[in-house]
Design a protein around this ligand. Structure first.
Ligand code: GLA
Length: 341
């Protein structure tokens, strides 16, 4: 294949296997250096928050398209397809959604509100969004129902039936889009089993679902290669596509508070590099994996600075705080290109 090494970005190096994406905010996408990085390295974009219901429809009769439009219009201009994130989620939903004149909204009204939202979103962004996260995070195997459903307001008002309906509404509204279930920690343990059961059940009921989004909020020592391969194989066996939709590799163990690093330690950066490399390499072994998206571009803008520990600076992404390539980037590019050669 005719690719000039020095000019190749991540998207060229891995385009033979999958798209390489990034989540962006309207602020980040307006910065010239971010724009350069996006055009060089990424072949997919996700709105970090701008396509969530609390932003788009803060009141029943108020539609706020400004932020989502600013991302979608850039994506259109660059011809970069987007992941649409997300229709039904228990967080970042507006207050009014679950209420109706001071009482709890009925199931049928909640469904029609969801349908209206899906119709408006797909009408506005269907030309640039190739895949929608129809459902986000409806499984809670620890604190949920015996079948593992999260006890969210969606669930409590409308039951699990609304999950199947959401896929049907999305299919109706966007006949050509890829429709996804998206969640975190579903690559291992009981959550993997519960998610597999949920997805098999949806498929058996004829749900128009094409893929599963494994979010990938991981760290420098997790997941190991075996866990990742096992999850990809299990989801692929259901006939689903897989996208790693929100990858970031924390330099801390989950709630680690000591020591709090002021600069990223070399040793952990090296382990982070190895994780990224193995994730890309392993994913490329499976034709079912279609996209690896990082949850941000550079370490100057990451939600992990405040989660799960507030004010704990983290460096989970591919570019550094000055928007320069970290050591990972040339390694990933080389690894991808060598697979083509
Ligand atoms: C979840 C959601 C994302 C985002 C992250 C944290 O993974 O799916 O939209 O909110 O949490 O930034």
């Amino acid at each position: 294949m005719n690719i000039i090494r020095s000019e190749s970005g991540l998207k060229d190096a891995w385009g033979h296997a999958f798209k390489v994406g990034a989540a962006v905010s309207p602020e980040v996408i307006a910065i010239p250096r971010s724009q350069e990085l996006i055009k060089t390295h990424f072949s997919s974009l996700t709105a970090e928050n701008a396509m969530k219901m609390a932003v788009i429809q803060p009141e029943e009769d108020q539609w706020n398209w400004t932020m989502a439009d600013s991302i979608a219009n850039q994506a259109r201009q660059w011809n970069i397809p987007m992941r649409g994130h997300t229709f039904l989620w228990h967080q970042q939903t507006p207050e009014w959604l679950f209420n109706d004149n001071g009482s709890i909204v009925s199931a049928s009204k909640l469904e029609s509100r969801l349908e209206d939202y899906i119709l408006k979103m797909t009408e506005r962004y269907g030309d640039i969004v190739y895949a929608w996260d129809v459902l986000n995070e409806v499984i809670d195997e620890e604190k949920g129902t015996p079948q593992g459903f999260r006890k969210s307001k969606w669930f409590e008002i409308a039951g699990p039936e609304i999950y199947l309906k959401a896929f049907q509404m999305a299919r109706e509204a966007a006949p050509k889009a890829r429709l996804f279930y998206n969640d975190y920690n579903i690559e291992s343990g009981e959550k993997l089993n519960v998610t597999l059961r949920f997805l098999s059940d949806l498929l058996e009921k004829g749900a128009p679902i094409q893929g599963v989004g494994i979010q990938g909020h991981w760290n420098f020592e997790y997941p190991d290669d075996h866990i990742l391969r096992n999850a990809i194989e299990k989801f692929s066996a259901l006939g689903l596509e897989i996208e790693l939709t929100e990858v970031d590799i924390s330099l801390y163990r989950t709630a680690e508070k000591e020591p709090l690093f002021t600069t990223p330690p070399e040793e952990r950066l090296l382990r982070q590099l190895k994780r990224y490399k193995n994730i890309f390499r392993i994913a490329s072994d499976y034709p079912s994996v279609k996209n690896i998206t990082t949850w941000g571009i550079a370490d100057n803008h990451t939600w992990l600075d405040n989660f799960p520990v507030r004010n704990r600076k983290n460096w989970p992404l591919l570019f550094d705080e000055e928007n320069q390539e970290k050591g990972i980037v040339p390694v990933l590019i080389d690894t991808g290109l060598n697979l083509i050669d």
